[in-house]
Ligand binder design. Sequence first.
Ligand SMILES: Nc1ncnc2c1ncn2[C@@H]1O[C@H](COP(=O)(O)OP(=O)(O)OP(=O)(O)O)[C@@H](O)[C@H]1O
Ligand SMILES: [Mg+2]
Length: 342
Amino acid sequence: MAAPLLELENLIVHFKTHRGWVHAVDNVSFTIGKGQTLGLVGESGCGKTTTAFSILQILPYNAHVKGGDVRLKGRSILRDSVKEDGTIDPFNENIRKVRWKEISMIFQGAMNAFNPVYKVGDQIAEAIRVHYPDMSEQEIWKRIEELYDLVGIPKDRIMNYPHEYSGGMKQRAIIAMALALNPSLIIADEPTTALDVITQDRILGEMKRIQEETKTAMLLITHDVSVVAELSDKMAVMYAGQIVEMGTTRQIFKETAHPYTEALLGAFPSIKGDKKKRLKAIPGSPPDLISPPRGCRFHPRCPYARERCLEDEPELIKVGDGHYSRCHYTEELFGAGQGGGA
Ligand SMILES: Nc1ncnc2c1ncn2[C@@H]1O[C@H](COP(=O)(O)OP(=O)(O)OP(=O)(O)O)[C@@H](O)[C@H]1O
Ligand SMILES: [Mg+2]
């Protein structure tokens, strides 16, 4: 069988601070197949962006990779870049070949990523020129027109300045930029959270269409579960630096197998409002990642926590076909093989 497009294997990334080590990403593993979308969800501060930055090797200077690897099409792209002390040179050759051409990223808060003093078209053209110095100007501008068609911005807006775009248009242009070099994977970190709900819904719909058209795989990062529901094939739920549940989107929603996922789904209303669910906040707040709780990291907030959860750290165990949960009592709480759900 061909290797998946992207594989993360036991990735561990900690930040060195004067208070101690921040355990931002602890043993994270997942795979994304060609053309597939994985939704990575979890509350603020659980390590989503750090995971994404590790893939692209754009980590802050105090980040140390303590273990694990990232593979693209079966080829390791991380291990050889990590220096002896765990740090990474963001300009190393391994990743420079991959960044933008193979994996591009829509950054969190990217709405203002365009430089206000240059026209949007010129900024996209420059990005293409840097990576394809041999491409003719004519080809570059033809590509930009194609991209504008694809993301649904009228071509006569190519030479506008960023401030002349609406929020939704800026976000479309950012998507065009991410697609410019035809990558096989786009990492989208909270791509729509800065937009109003109506525009958000429209852009998400467009993203789904574009993705189907271009067959680009996506790592979709968000704290808003309703965003991933329609776009993702698979989901990984992160809590305090770890994946606590992973499975198909259907399994996560219909065969929920972890108390944190259950709480997270309860805390977000369905985007379509088809189910009149009561909006419940998850009690308490995520732990300090310098000294995460012993045992299960979720135990201080878990309504089902028992003695064992305080001491014994649960592993990510298989609960169904491609479905995993990090909970000692998953079977007892959610039933083996599930099928029922909430
Ligand atoms: N440079 C850094 N130095 C120290 N700690 C950091 C650094 N960057 C991030 N952190 C910490 O690492 C943890 C994970 O942060 P990260 O940004 O990956 O979370 P996130 O899931 O993307 O959150 P959000 O939803 O708010 O974007 C947090 O506790 C954060 O405070
Ligand atoms: Mg983030």
